[in-house]
Design a protein around this ligand. Sequence first.
Ligand code: ZN
Ligand code: ZN
Length: 242
Amino acid sequence: MRFKDFIVKILTFGIYNPKWRCNDCGKETFSGEFFCETCEKNLPYNNKTVCNHCGREIKNPSEYCSTCKETLVSVDKARSVFKYETPISGLIKRAKYNNGRYILDYFAEKLANVCFAEFSKSEVICCVPMSEKRLKKRGYNQSEILARKVAEIINVPFCDCIIKTKETERQATLTRRERLKNLTDTFKVTDKKPVRGKNVLLIDDVSTTGATAEAVAIKLKKSGALRVYLLTVASVPNKDGY
Ligand SMILES: [Zn+2]
Ligand SMILES: [Zn+2]
């Protein structure tokens, strides 16, 4: 580090160090906690009634949500720490850009806690990959960073064996099934050995419709994965709420 940078760092440390301020309301916390007490209490934790399969919040206690009732999918079980609501949704967006990268440490700890509780049988951790083009534009894949951090915390190997070969355009004219097929074709497992016969834990930041994770899970299962679990920071509840 150059001397000038060093001085600037020292001068700005006390004022801008995000660790000293609540990441939602901005109030000073002094303790180094990510959120102040009030904001922490109001976080949209996804810990009430959830669909046993996809892990989305449901209003009435029932084993499966309206979507999962009718479909058998390649993701065996999914969970998310939060619901995709403020302030979590905003933090997820910020974490995609370098000045918000520190947020990923906080998320990784939360993900790891869910791993211990729900996915203790995981043997390999993978992430939902980005296409090379997007990766170049963004600089990093936030899902990969999350997956690597979680792997370290829970002491399960991370495996960088899935690639996304191209970007998919939204094709409104296609049926859900055709869209999923198109999406699935963009993912490729480059090395089957680490996932064959294993319980694979897939990590991503957000689960919206679940189609992306499902597409990756299809490829993992084709490559011999025994079970595929999905863990995301946040999930968007089903539109009908059931
Ligand atoms: Zn706060
Ligand atoms: Zn469900």
